[in-house]
Design a binder for this molecule. Structure first.
Ligand code: GLN
Length: 238
């Protein structure tokens, strides 16, 4: 078993250290004795989806996000097919917005990749702060930090989690991110996967099962991460 990770444009979409999220995927595979290879693409390179098991699309500043969304128009059909077939995608912040039909950057309407039938409006009043959300696939909440002007409408898709603390996709909905098959979009920034091993394993599980449906990921000792999540959750319960 070898897992191939396509990291899209880390030179442009690395505003929040998304390389650390890729490192978490690699490390949790390594701890289980599973080989992996990360291919970092630059915008000049042609994308090759043939052997890809996980795609990571991070968050970037406005200009870079527009540039990436324009470049990826050439791969819309392949990306949608990949997601529809259960391919694993982790898209964060502007990457999350790009999954949809369009996203607003101030007054500019930018065409998205149409992987999901979602869209993002913009409000100059930024949503900023700690978030705690409850996913369906794990009892352990996901913790993190959100910072976005975008207001994302996910329609009838399932969210990544129900908001326990923070705002999430937009005011009043009480949902954060999106999940469709093995595609995850979220506004949670920075060290999303290092903090949240349950989400990392959700993605890895999708990738290994796509290769071999009988493959079971071995358990790892996540006691430190679980303790850290409890500290955050307790902070808001007291
Ligand atoms: N710049 C966009 C927004 O603020 C993307 C979100 C992000 O990358 N934090 O909505």
């Amino acid at each position: 078993m070898k897992i191939n990770i396509m990291h899209l444009y880390p030179d442009l979409l690395n505003l929040y250290g998304d390389k650390g999220n890729v490192a978490s995927l690699v490390k949790r595979l390594e701890w289980r004795g599973i080989e992996s290879e990360v291919k970092e693409y630059t915008i000049e390179e042609k994308l090759d989806f043939s052997e890809v098991d996980i795609i990571v699309l991070g968050g970037g500043s406005d200009n870079e996000s527009i540039q990436v969304a324009k470049t990826l128009q050439d791969y819309k059909i392949q990306l949608k097919e990949y997601a529809d077939n259960g391919g694993v995608i982790l898209a964060m912040c502007s990457g999350f917005q790009m999954l949809g039909s369009y996203f607003m950057v101030g007054d500019e309407k930018v065409q998205g990749l149409g992987v999901l039938d979602i869209y993002s409006e913009f409000d100059s009043n930024r949503i900023l702060g700690d978030v705690v959300i409850q996913p369906e696939f794990s009892k352990l909440p996901i913790v993190g930090f959100e910072n976005h002007g975008g207001r994302t409408h996910i329609g009838s898709y399932s969210p990544l989690g129900r908001v326990i603390r923070g705002t999430g996709n937009k005011e009043h909905d009480l949902v954060e991110g999106v999940i469709y098959k093995n595609t995850v979009g979220t506004y949670i920034h920075g060290p999303l996967l290092p903090k949240n091993p349950q989400l990392t394993d959700f993605l890895l599980n999708g990738a290994v099962k796509n290769k071999d449906e009988n493959f079971e990921l071995s358990m790892l000792d996540d006691s430190d991460e679980i303790d850290a999540i409890s500290v955050i959750v307790d902070r808001y319960n007291n």
